[in-house]
Design a protein around this ligand. Sequence first.
Ligand SMILES: [Fe+2]
Ligand SMILES: [Fe+2]
Length: 272
Amino acid sequence: MNKRTLIIIYLVLLAPICQAAATRKPSGKEKKYVSLIILYDNYVFTEGLKSDWGFSCLLKGTEKTILFDTGTKGKLFLENIDKLKINPEDVDVVAISHNHGDHTGGLLTFLGKNSNVSVYLPPSCSNSFIQKVKGTGAKVFIPDAPVEICKGVHLTGPMGTRIIEQSIIVDTAEGAVVITGCAHPGIVNIIRKSKAILPKSIHLVLGGFHLSRKSEAELNQIISEFRKLGIKKAGPTHCTGDRAIQMFKQAYGPDFVQMGVGRILKIEAISN
Ligand SMILES: [Fe+2]
Ligand SMILES: [Fe+2]
């Protein structure tokens, strides 16, 4: 094959293909992800971070960056945030599940780093605590019903009678993700309400399930309710209790999600 023939082959066959590849526009459908980052928990997932009784989870990749609960000790909370290379100033919204110190404890310390946020508090917080939060300059909201705090992220609004608590529901391409603080109103009740607020399949439920005083029969009943409600994955942690966590691990197998400080979960975001 001589040089002239090779040039002709290139011009006729290969050049249009190369040109098309070079001018191809991006499809505009690149996948986006929601990240859930555990900042405070009774268990350690990533070495170098510290565990303590309490819970906090950061939600990134949604319209707003949301901090859900703030652990117990402000100093330890900020240390974990720092080690995870999270800038407190990136947070837009803080939501507090309930008025227990292992969820509210780091709030004022956090607001000392960034008070340019909206804070959603449960109605059970004391007036003096609410005034302290307002005193930092943060905007305070106390929802009395379900509320969408940004596109695709809902709070259940206050639930329960004895200990009032709200949970967070995140819409993702995989289904709903429900995050609980301590689940005092009952984990199954919270899931049922979440389904009513965001009527789609539930991909994952994570957080404190508060099951340490339940009998084995009660725990089996709860796990079977999870199955009936179609919950694909479960990430029990914090106040759930070791025995209950083990039972979820056994029942869910590969769909059990190991939690702990430093755990980062990436889930495909809903498309806009
Ligand atoms: Fe708790
Ligand atoms: Fe609690």
